[in-house]
Design a protein around this ligand. Sequence first.
Ligand code: ATP
Length: 511
Amino acid sequence: MDPQYSRDQFNNFQDFNSERSGPPEIRPEEITFEELIGTGSFGKVYKGRCRQKAVAVKLLHKQNYDAATLTAFRKEVHLMSKIYHPNICLFMGACTIPGKCVIVTELVPKGNLETLLHDQKMQLPLYLRMRMARDAALGINWLHESNPVFVHRDIKSSNLLVDENMRVKICDFGLSALKQKHKMLKDQSSAKGTPLYMAPEVMMFKEFNESSDVYSFGIVLWEILTRKEPFSHHRELEKFREAVCVKHERPIIPADCLESLRKLIEKCWDKDPQHRPSFKDIISSLDHIIIDAAISDLRGREFWKKNFITEQEVPSEAFIDALCNWAKAPTRNQCDKASLEYLNIKCLKAVLADSSKNEGSIVNIEKFGKILEFFGPMNETTAPGTTSIMDTIREVLSHKWFHGDLDTTEAASRLNGQPIGSFLIRFSSTNAGCFTISQVVGDNNSIKHQRVSRQGPKFIYQNILYNSLIEIVSKSAGGNNGDLPLNSNLGVPNYKFLALFCNVSSSSDTY
Ligand SMILES: Nc1ncnc2c1ncn2[C@@H]1O[C@H](COP(=O)(O)OP(=O)(O)OP(=O)(O)O)[C@@H](O)[C@H]1O
């Protein structure tokens, strides 16, 4: 060692200047194969183990490559080993010995997005699907911004893998030396195996660049939106090619699609590659689309976009401060602990924490969207006399009969042993923005659960339109089909919300 350098300096110097191990070559005996988890056109993918770690191992169909292809393969493996991004399936190494060629990557537990999307039993709200699309776009953008640029060339939903947290990772990038440049029909009887996601210029054997990945992403976005197979009515490659390249046929976007999403999909699959957006632009558009998908309230969307455009989860304190600022109300640190504004904040926190799985320390955009569906719409101004969303929440929570997030079983247990006519009101777990009134209606604890549905800001109960839940309780006379009236004295108290009002001497009318 050169005496001028300390050992640390020497090691840093060595790391910086030389490749210690070159391409991450893995010896064949280090890999064990377990079950088959997928088959692609140029390899089978197995769950396996390498150096004690569960991994995915792709065993290449073809093993006898000529010297030039093998050199190109090794070069690409070397480049792939330099790409690190949370939305790109981690390349861990490869065996490039002829006859034993395999690629080892991290194992992504939920498999591919195509299977997930087409499993109709799988609950995948639009918000979540759009977040998945954004994950994929972040991964592809990373490839496109790499030096040298990686054009994926095979963006499709089966190349998007889903992890245990429903985050998406791109797989199957690089290795173009081994892949066929232009895939052809595998199965003449269906469009499967055809280049369904392939840009027209690629099908016409013109040049392939980043914007061809954008086209493919447009088709994937459509598939993520509709959960249908693209171009499923096509059977023959030639007719399909003509439809897409000459007649510019594209899948039909459903009429109820968010306008922002429709525009993005149409731009992505534009026939002119130069008119397609970059992935940087796609990510920005998806930031907006995710918010549009999670929040239906127009001012709620505006609020989130203004404060947290690229975030889907924010610390609850930051969220509450932003909402206070939006409502032009004092923030947590600015208001008097005995004030109504402080009570508003406590009520908002209680509602945020109510059904939250993370004890209320984080506010998820989806959760905010749901709260607005229940308590909205959000008002534009805070001129005197205007009720802010926080006032509305406080007013509802101040009534002892309001129980928030409660399932049917728990509602029944809270009503157990209470006199006839006793009731509580809770969020409906199945219908966005709706409530359920659970009431003891007869002896033997017989309980009736009735829906309060929504018509914009109005509430419909037993076919009558009301302005608020509070109005339902004060005016509902019962009588239909022997229904009992809602007597607020018979409201079953929810002690969790009740506690918030205990130390306040002011305007809470109920406690
Ligand atoms: N790292 C991984 N973790 C979990 N599953 C994987 C992983 N890699 C691939 N798979 C599964 O194996 C399937 C086949 O993957 P592969 O990349 O070989 O083929 P493909 O992309 O579907 O086809 P082609 O190679 O023809 O483009 C994937 O769709 C996925 O279900």
